[in-house]
Design a protein around this ligand. Structure first.
Ligand SMILES: Nc1nc2c(ncn2[C@@H]2O[C@H](COP(=O)(O)OP(=O)(O)OP(=O)(O)O)[C@@H](O)[C@H]2O)c(=O)[nH]1
Ligand SMILES: [Mg+2]
Length: 437
């Protein structure tokens, strides 16, 4: 067990109850002194029980009446002795109770430190630890389901067997290195080669889940683009159901990009309205157009709005979905009309987006890569397996480099799962967590 650490585990702010978590060696001795009147003492109580107690500061003054939840190593979130204190919420009580805990020898927990300890104590692997952060950050039900799938070990379940196979294969290839030159049968590599290719192919399949995982985690960047006055801001407001962006008959109304979160069937979408694309007269609008082009380049989906009947400009971004607007002004030319049929216009735009995002957002319960770290690690592993295969196909001379690549690929997979880790890697993973997780 680590030294005792404490932090507010619930969100700061006004709330009926705040949850403070205390974990580590000596947690019970600290709570014995924080709740001096409680009998039997916390340290004498069995795990899995709770008690109602008055917490007191060093001078004996009452801090709060709290409910204490008792956990014992290894059956707690962190795997250590843990006491959770349910105190009154708000700005003052939780802070005073935490200060009392610090006065009694606990140290403030760092970002993600509880989850880091859970990882170090074997309660979670690294993909599950990352899923904890994703679950908390999830903005839509689908994102929540995707995070839960990985928290339950879906991604670990897909990658674990790959790692085991890479290790087994690595041992076999290392064994081949023990043979003297010319001693190996001519087909020595055939079996290993087939297995290496299968490994690379399987890694490729999991890599294919990245776009889906990323979209669910970060939200799809959907950019509304098109010439000035095309009705971009009007459609933005229609999709959001509120007058978020300024709409006016003046071309060049929108300058700064306006981003709002929006959920399409539970898929998180970052809907972004942009400045109309044109050779703008003023410096401010020119900057707006430059920003619009930057967003178009990064977009997952570009919805290019163009009034019905107008000729398609030459600079329509590649891959953009063209949606004709202001159909009421050009009858018979197709498209939507936000003024004559707002509900129909909204439905048509949503259907278009749904089709563009649909494939990515399906199967939220399946394993999916969720973080750039996981993606980079798996891509590295696949490249290493492929390189090992090429080396091995080259015959006996390729044996040494193949063994090296295979080992590197196995290690990259091991790092994704956290079966191989360094303090540095954990610092990087957990630095993005909040205090209290
Ligand atoms: N007749 C008609 N007018 C529309 C329709 N949709 C939007 N408008 C009008 O067209 C004008 C421009 O709409 P905006 O939504 O501000 O257009 P925009 O593409 O955001 O324009 P910029 O921000 O200048 O690039 C406004 O006066 C809207 O009321 C439509 O379907 N039919
Ligand atoms: Mg606009």
């Amino acid at each position: 067990m680590g030294e005792p650490v404490a932090a507010l585990a619930s969100a700061p702010g006004l709330g009926g109850v705040a949850l403070i978590r205390l974990s580590g060696e000596g947690a019970y001795a600290i709570v014995d002194r924080l709740a001096p009147g409680l009998r039997p003492r916390p340290s004498e109580r069995p795990a899995g029980t709770f008690a109602y107690a008055t917490l007191r500061d060093a001078g004996g003054g009452a801090l709060d009446d709290a409910v204490l939840l008792f956990y014992r190593a290894p059956r707690s979130y962190t795997g250590e002795d843990t006491v959770e204190l349910c105190v009154h919420g708000g700005a003052v009580v939780p802070r005073r109770v935490l200060e009392a805990l610090f006065g009694l020898g606990a140290r403030p927990a760092g970002p993600g430190e509880f989850t880091r300890r859970a990882f170090l104590n074997g309660r979670l692997d690294l993909t599950q630890a990352e899923a904890v952060a994703d679950l908390i950050a999830a903005k839509t039900p689908r994102a929540e389901r995707a995070a839960r799938a990985n928290l339950e070990g879906r991604l670990a379940g897909a990658l674990g067997p790959l790692y085991d196979e890479a290790l087994a294969l690595s041992a076999e290839v290392e064994h081949l290195l023990d043979f003297d030159e010319g001693e190996l049968p001519p087909d020595f590599a055939a079996g290993a080669l087939a297995r290496l290719r299968a490994l690379a192919a399987r890694a490729g399949e999991v890599l294919g889940t990245w776009r889906r995982g990323r979209l669910l985690r970060e939200g799809a960047l959907v950019v509304l683009a098109g010439p000035p006055n095309a009705g971009k801001s009007t459609l933005m407001n229609l999709l959001l159901g509120e007058a978020r962006a300024i709409v006016s008959p003046e071309p060049g109304t929108t300058r700064d990009a306006i981003e709002e979160a929006f959920s399409l069937d539970g898929v998180p979408v970052r809907l972004t309205d942009t400045a109309g694309l044109r050779e703008a007269p003023g410096a401010v609008e020119r900057e707006g157009v430059a920003r619009a082009r930057g967003l178009i380049a990064r977009a997952d989906v570009v919805l290019y709005l163009l009034p019905a009947g107008e000729a398609l400009p030459a600079d329509v971004p590649g891959g953009a979905l063209v949606l004709r607007t202001k159909a009421d002004l050009a009858p018979g030319r197709g498209g939507i009309s936000a003024t004559a049929d707002p509900e129909g216009a909204r439905r048509a735009a949503e259907a278009l987006l749904r089709r563009a995002l649909g494939a990515q957002a399906e199967a939220p319960d399946a394993a999916a890569l969720a973080t750039a770290r996981q993606h980079a690690g798996l891509a590295e592993a696949r490249a290493a397996f492929e390189a090992a295969g090429e080396a091995l196909a080259g015959g006996e001379a390729g044996l040494v480099p193949a063994a090296g690549r295979l080992r590197a690929g196995a290690e990259a997979l091991g790092r994704v799962l956290g079966r191989v880790y360094s303090e540095d890697l954990l610092d990087r993973v957990f630095s993005s967590f909040c205090v209290g997780k």
